[in-house]
Design a protein around this ligand. Structure first.
Ligand SMILES: O=C(O)[C@H](O)[C@@H](O)[C@H](O)[C@H](O)COP(=O)(O)O
Length: 232
């Protein structure tokens, strides 16, 4: 419903400022409710932010980290978001945090989604923080244009939890939190970098179908304001 643009001079400055904001939000959650939860995205954009956040002094032992979405690959696969988080966020001070993976060594991705929903059901009612990315095709999380479960993923009546997604642009089958799980995060961030992504965002903010650019679901219908963090 609302989107607020936060523009920075460069990616390093953005990473530091976003880490400050997220650390502050998690600290407030710990002080208020005794624990905190954050769902983060994969891709190439969040690396510097993860590294900045890992050095922040908060009560990481009371923080649970999970993923907005994941490929159906084990954690030693170079395309695994778990691996990205392991190497860039679950270190330094943040090594004390609890991590809940979405990938499960199940016979099928559908079975993995059921297990992951069960494993994550104690957190995210709502998440204290959710960090979204956006692809050049307008996808966010694993809400891909033409995705096998896109309508279900975007439906506000689909319950919180994890569902599967297969799409041409997605590579492997995916596991993704649903729209309803992410849209009410206390701090809902869309982290994008580069002029190209700014143009994609402008396109997404114009008229058109949500299914063509699924990031529109967040920009139009999220209960929380979308805090857009951008740098050239
Ligand atoms: O890849 C993932 O894990 C996420 O599904 C995806 O939503 C990501 O955030 C965007 O594709 C942006 O990716 P880049 O940061 O690499 O542009």
């Amino acid at each position: 419903m609302t989107a607020n643009m936060h523009a920075f001079a460069n990616g390093a400055e953005l990473a530091g400022k976003l880490a400050d904001k997220v650390a502050e939000t998690l600290s407030i959650a710990v002080a208020t409710r005794g624990s905190a939860s954050i769902a983060v995205s994969g891709g190439s954009t969040p690396k510097a932010f993860f590294q900045a956040l890992s050095s922040r002094s908060i009560e990481w032992g009371k923080v649970t980290i999970t993923l907005v979405d994941e490929r159906f690959v084990p954690a030693d696969n170079p395309r695994s978001n778990h691996l990205l988080v392991q190497e860039n966020l679950l270190k330094d001070k943040a090594a004390a945090a609890k991590f809940l993976p979405l990938y499960q060594a199940a016979a099928s991705v559908e079975e993995a989604a059921v297990i992951a929903t069960e494993e994550t059901k104690a957190i995210g009612h709502p998440f204290d923080v959710a960090i979204l990315g956006m692809g050049n095709d307008g996808h966010t999380a694993s809400f891909f244009p033409g995705g096998s479960n896109l309508k279900t993923a975007l439906d506000p009546n689909t319950p919180r939890g994890i569902i599967t997604m297969e799409a041409e642009g997605a590579g492997e089958p995916r596991l993704t939190f649903t729209f309803s799980s992410l849209q009410d995060a206390r701090l809902l961030v869309l982290h994008i970098e580069g002029e190209g992504k700014k143009e994609v965002l402008a396109k997404a903010e114009a008229a058109g179908e949500e299914t063509e650019m699924p990031i529109r679901s967040m920009l139009r219908r999220a209960a929380s304001p979308v805090e857009i963090y951008w740098a050239p």
